[in-house]
Design a protein around this ligand. Structure first.
Ligand SMILES: [Zn+2]
Length: 113
């Protein structure tokens, strides 16, 4: 079977850390125990795990994103934006939250206005 180096032109495509192949990778969405989805990157050649990748941050993802600690544990950002937007504004001001979480808080707030 003829295969193609499908990501040949992708500057981000690196050789597989397991087998050195440059055939490329496929991504499989996996839901973690908190119900948030991330992508498992798998080598097309040896089918072994290469790395985890975050999903692109979009408005739809932001509205469905949940933290599993704190005041609104398990509640989607889209719901919090309606019921307690000050909480999302508070997240934006905290240095302890990662940038991706802040971006999602911001998008959820913007979607409300
Ligand atoms: Zn490989």
């Amino acid at each position: 079977m003829q295969r193609h180096e499908i990501y040949k032109d992708d500057p981000n495509n690196e050789a597989c850390i397991n087998c050195g192949s440059k055939w490329g990778t496929q991504t499989v969405p996996v839901e973690d125990k908190n119900g948030n989805t991330r992508l498992k990157v798998i080598c097309l050649e040896c089918e072994r795990f290469v790395k985890w990748q975050a999903l692109p941050i979009t408005k739809d993802r932001a509205l469905e994103f949940r933290l599993h600690f704190g005041k609104h544990s398990g509640i989607a950002f889209g719901e919090i934006a309606k019921s307690d937007p000050s909480y999302l504004k508070w997240i934006l001001e905290q240095s302890t939250f990662k940038d991706n979480i802040k971006q999602m808080a911001k998008l959820a707030l913007e979607a409300q206005t």
